[in-house]
Design a protein around this ligand. Sequence first.
Ligand code: SDX
Length: 429
Amino acid sequence: MTGTIADVSFGGKSVELPTRSGTIGPDVIDIGTLYKNTGAFTYDPGFTSTASCESKITYIDGDEGVLLHRGYPIEQLAEHGDFLEVCYLLLYGELPTKTQKDDFDYRVTHHTMVHEQMSRFFTGFRRDAHPMAVMCGCVGALSAFYHDSTDITDPHQRMVASLRMIAKMPTIAAMAYKYHIGQPFVYPKNDLDYASNFLRMCFAVPCEDYVVNPVLARAMDRIFILHADHEQNASTSTVRLAGSSGANPFACIAAGIACLWGPAHGGANEAALNMLAEIGSVERIPEYVAKAKDKNDPFRLMGFGHRVYKNYDPRARIMQKTTHEVLGELGIKDDPMLEVAMELERIALTDEYFIEKKLYPNIDFYSGITLKALGFPTTMFTVLFALARTVGWIAQWNEMIEDPEQRIGRPRQLYIGEPKRDYLPVSKR
Ligand code: SDX
């Protein structure tokens, strides 16, 4: 919906820019004609004030700590739904009927195997390769196997590719983990639900049956829900930008995985647990809080702060509750890292620096403790984030392809380099 006009005057010129209002949230000023009419670009390097698209998928209110997926609060989806139901919601826009859910679960379940040749890819990596490096390589390679679902102009092929990605990510993630620890790959089993199948592919061994603990499987499923989508974050924007050139969906998701790996983004869950381990005890917390506040020290509290949330990340609250459930089910009492995490949170939430800068725990603060208790090494934490976020990337990618306003993304710049100058022969330099 377009609305009032924003008047912009610059360099003796003025231009009227249309505005738009969404269903909820901030209005936008459409600056598409700004350069043509004023000769100036906007400048917003971290995109802190820039909306890159219209979207119906996820809404975040950072000040209120609200996260909605297609209008449904994350708290309700995490409490009452399962991950594949949230996948259906993100992809199709509505919660599925029983028939739709059963059909979707069946289709995903029957796409969980990967081409047998895929297993050859893993043997090319060193065993100690970081599983995220393996994920980048293997997911990008999927486009070498599934040519029949790479025509992005064909809605049917887009949906087949979408289902394949959602279905195969747990299998590839589990293979990356098994290769990393030198154990044989475990094939998916169609009589297990999504999270149980993944846990079994990670932790079963040929020598004995693996019995899935339903409490841990439910916790894993809920962790997937919490990581499913999050508006136009860095990795989602990467997937959209890659997709805007017409690249195939497997290549776009591989680009998203690469971006997610950074410690400022999805890599924060691994970094947060490493940070808690380095702090080691409650007594050392003040030393690290001081480092985090020191402008001259690059150290930051991993798992704290967020570009959008200037309140508590609603996912962090649910994750903290899940942490206690998992530790309780496993009989882990007095986990030293949980003790450090809770005391660090208490101190940070009462410290003037963190209050003034509105730094709260984000989803990555507690997830590491939970994933470690579930049996995963820290190197697998961001892989699990990527597994869950695949549905968000795919839903946003489909929305971008179907958006008539979307064109290839091609930002401009403020040039601060040398003005034109002539070549000097080496004898004159
Ligand atoms: C995710 O975008 C998403 O939605 C991401 C995500 C998703 O689901 O996709 O939610 C997942 O990536 C969560 C964030 C995980 N990252 C971390 O936990 C890493 C630690 N956090 C920071 O690096 C930082 O808070 C960011 C990257 C998350 C946000 O950075 P911004 O928005 O660019 O904020 P900033 O760096 O400008 O910080 C504002 C101020 C700065 O101080 P001043 O320069 O104003 O004096 O707050 C300070 C920062 O120094 N600050 C921190 C801090 N985070 C910000 N100080 C100490 N510890 C921190 N963690």
